[in-house]
Write a protein of this length. Structure first.
Length: 580
């Protein structure tokens, strides 16, 4: 097999243009950008350098383009160059350049496409981080699929990636879940306390209550008048009513309240872990919010803000001057009752992340948290930290449709579609792909019927079918696939072959673009195009022809396509079936 290193053609062109620029406009600070033309007749790469130079040089861009082309050093890889439009320079490679990509794929295998953009820098991606107060729903699913795919893409681009789930185990929502479960437990013993409409209603709450009752019978039972003592009216003050119930539960149960709190946390967190694991989503770290209080991190962080002069006291509470840093208003970090706010622990958490030595931290948040970005950035600046190290990727909500009708869902009422239900209905592969096939900050309409269909309209089926088709052809052939690495790829001159070669060669820079833009949907788009190129080739040509040299060349090409399909699908957490 030929082991000659395959050149980085994009870098090669940039160097050629840099040399030409030093002749045509040696003092110019212009940047050299190359793009893949959308239509193959416009070449393999296009450059707008001449148009950038038109104003400073006060010359016609087409004239500048001609001068640049004249000054380009010779290259064994370029077949021709041409001027297009207002002054674009289009580059066309020799077919032999594209044909070499097959050998490169054979040489690199599962590593084909992986790059060095990250240069080993430490990146933490924190995603999902849903309150462990109930089963994950379809909204969480999009954040899970996006975060997992993004982590894979960054890893493939050369970053040292750490995947983290921030467990909100110290907040009011956990207390609400605990009180919801306790009230359902009381019902099992015949103690009827009106169940608040803003408590957790799901069947999973009754299940946990039954679990407690089966294990401990009436141990945690208290009479309704003691439970409701001093509690505000639920209709006029629903939140105060819940807080009153929580306070009474803690008083009446004493240390036993911790048992109920820990049980519901353990149950729901365990369910979340299992759900995500079945979805192919794993984490390197599950970080406890409570640990920030236990080790004094929250207190230390607030003291630092105060020392830096960014806190003030008003109405007994401590406020962070977040409006000074672009937030719409200042924010409370320590309430008048001495309890830290969620924002306080969130500041501490981000300080902790940076103290752990990450070069970059990426938070995947729901789009409804958009307003939270300014205050977190402000807190980092107030702590004399580099806010540029934090990037927030916003994820819009996913809306389910069945038979053209929107599927409604509500978390607190318990009438929601869980991630587990979605996965069981459409399968993991369809769920993972559909979640990331659009840019994360765009609304996603998830068509359940399409996701389950076995048709070319279903992108998952269409892409996986390409992989399975290739496997079927290779199985029919029945030969030694390792021998295909020495195939004579110079025979791959047909239009469909050159198009497929071109698409395969684009994969490394496609992966790099997805990493740079933090956009796994770029991989999804690429996969659809790659599958389309293969299916067109499959429908136009025979692979198992009598001429052995042509047969080997074509089989080598589709095997390379199979490898790239596998590599890219793996990044998105989607399987590559050999039969369908």
């Amino acid at each position: 097999m030929n082991t000659t290193p395959y050149p980085d053609l994009k870098e090669h062109l940039i160097q050629l243009l840099t040399d030409a620029l030093s002749i045509v406009a040696p003092e110019s600070p212009a940047t050299i950008d190359l793009e893949r033309p959308k239509q193959s007749q416009h070449g393999d790469y296009a450059c707008n350098l001449a148009m950038q130079l038109a104003k400073p040089l006060r010359r016609n861009p087409r004239d500048i383009a001609a001068a640049l082309m004249e000054s380009l050093p010779s290259s064994p890889y370029i077949a021709k160059t041409e001027i297009a439009g207002a002054g674009f320079i289009n580059f066309f490679f020799h077919p032999s350049v594209k044909q070499q990509i097959v050998k490169r794929v054979f040489q690199e295998g599962a590593h084909f496409g992986r790059g060095k953009l990250g240069q080993g820098k430490k990146v933490q991606v924190e995603f999902v981080s849903a309150n462990p107060t109930g089963p994950l729903h379809v909204g969480h699913g999009r954040g899970a699929a996006l975060g997992a795919s993004l982590s894979n893409v960054l890893d493939a681009a050369g970053y040292a990636v750490s995947r983290e789930y921030y467990v909100n185990d110290a907040g009011r929502q956990m207390d609400i879940l605990a009180i919801s479960t306790w009230l359902r437990y009381l019902e099992l013993d015949g103690i009827n306390v009106p169940f608040p409409p803003n408590a957790y209603q799901g069947e999973y709450v009754r299940s946990m209550a039954q679990q407690i009752f089966n294990a401990h019978a009436s141990r945690y039972v208290h009479q309704p008048w003691t439970v409701l003592e001093g509690v505000p009216n639920v209709e006029s003050e629903p939140d105060a009513h819940l807080d009153g119930l929580i306070a009474n539960a803690k008083r009446l149960l004493g240390q036993d309240y911790g048992y109920i709190h820990d049980l519901v946390l353990t149950e729901q967190l365990g369910d979340c872990r299992n759900d995500l694991l079945e979805f192919g989503v794993t984490f390197d770290s599950w970080f406890s919010e409570q640990s920030l209080f236990d080790n004094g991190m929250v207190e230390r962080t607030i003291n630092l803000l105060e020392k830096n002069g960014h806190l003030y006291t008003q109405d007994g509470a401590k406020w962070f001057r977040s409006s000074k840093f672009g937030d719409e208003k200042d924010r409370v970090v320590l309430r008048e009752n001495g309890i830290y706010t969620y924002f306080a622990s969130d500041i501490a958490y981000h300080l902790n992340k940076l103290e752990r030595g990450f070069d970059r931290i990426i938070d995947v948040w729901g789009a409804d948290h958009h307003g939270y970005i300014a205050r977190v950035n402000g807190a980092l600046q107030a702590l004399d930290l580099d806010k540029e190290k934090l990037t927030v990727v916003l994820v819009q909500f996913a809306v389910l449709y069945r038979e053209g009708m929107k599927v409604s869902m509500s978390t607190r009422s318990g009438e929601f579609v869980t991630l587990r239900e979605l996965r069981h209905e459409v399968g993991n592969d369809a769920a993972r792909f559909f979640y990331v096939q659009r840019k994360s900050d765009q609304h996603l309409d998830f068509d359940l019927d399409l996701a389950k269909s076995e048709s070319n309209e279903n992108p998952v089926y269409y892409i996986q079918y390409a992989h399975a088709r290739i496997c079927s052809v290779l199985e029919q052939w029945g030969g030694d696939t390792s021998a295909l690495g020495d195939a004579d790829t110079s025979l791959l001159n047909g239009s469909h072959e050159l198009a497929l070669l071109q698409r395969i060669s684009e994969y490394p820079e496609t992966l790099e673009a997805a990493a740079r833009e933090l956009s796994p949907h770029i991989i999804a788009y690429y996969l659809k195009d790659l599958a389309g190129d293969f299916h067109s080739y499959y429908n136009a040509e025979q692979f198992l022809v009598s001429d052995e040299r042509i047969r080997f060349a074509r089989l080598a090409l589709i095997m390379a396509a199979r490898q790239v399909l596998f590599n890219a699908l793996t990044l998105l957490g989607v399987s590559s079936p050999e039969k369908m």
